[in-house]
Design a protein around this ligand. Structure first.
Ligand code: ZN
Length: 242
């Protein structure tokens, strides 16, 4: 049986699906992968992206942080793709319980998904460090230099920077979702990014499926591995199920 057909069988048989996604979900929207070889991390900047996207760098070099942030993390006119779309449809059909994502672009919500656990935060939420006033992404990306609050405080994106901890409630909910689902689909991630790998240990359901272009060190932990584009896989799922 074709691997994608087998995944479709799994989806048909499942009552509670959780999708765990990484950067690869959004690269097919044209967004650059932070960590792939030809992605952000090999491009030239005075500092490494890990350095720039760290807590201490934000606090000490706020202007340089924002130069990089606005240049590299803005989704601009990019849109969600077929994978986001089909996941939203599966939720609507009552098949999919939640999406756990390492992405900060907000594409899942733009595609209509309701329950999205954003492990690394979102560029769509930004708060004044002084008065906690909310600002949307356009305010931040359209600002000159450092985005400032009307109170004079500096605005900080609700994005988990290096050296910062993940949100405790989000982790708790993600672990709960993974431990209760019967089908876990992992897509577009090599699972190298903390805490992805530790999460899948909580899976206790029937099938764990990995969809990723390249092989990962977790391939042998899954009972189905598809080395193909997410777009191709989810186009077929849409045709058969949605
Ligand atoms: Zn303020």
């Amino acid at each position: 049986m074709d691997k994608i057909d087998l995944l479709i069988e799994y989806i048909k048989d499942s009552k509670k699906i959780v999708f765990f996604g990484g950067a690869g979900v959004s690269t097919e929207s044209g967004l650059k992968d932070f960590r792939s070889k030809d992605g952000l991390y090999n491009e030239k900047y005075d500092f490494s992206p890990e350095e720039i996207l760290s807590h201490h760098f934000f606090m000490n070099n706020t202007l340089d942080f924002y130069r990089f942030y606005k240049d590299k993390l803005n989704i601009g006119n990019l849109k969600y793709n077929i994978t986001h779309e089909v996941l939203a449809l599966l939720e609507k059909k009552g098949k999919l319980s939640s999406i756990i994502t390492q992405n900060i672009d907000g594409f899942h919500q733009m595609a209509g998904s309701k329950k999205v656990l954003e492990l690394h935060g979102s560029i769509h939420r930004n708060y004044c460090m002084e008065c906690n006033m909310f600002y949307d992404k356009d305010y931040v990306f359209d600002s000159e230099g450092i985005p400032m609050c009307s109170c004079g405080g500096i605005i900080k994106p609700d994005v988990v920077l290096y050296e910062e901890g993940l949100d405790g409630d989000t982790i708790k909910e993600a672990v709960k979702e993974i431990s209760e689902c019967d089908l876990l689909i992992i897509g577009g991630t090599s699972l190298n990014v903390y805490p992805a790998a530790s999460f899948i240990g909580y899976f206790n359901g029937k099938h764990m499926v990995l969809i990723n272009r390249d092989t990962t060190s977790y391939d042998n932990m899954c009972d189905l591995v598809i080395h193909d584009s997410l777009g191709k896989v989810f186009t077929k799922i849409k045709k058969e199920i949605c």
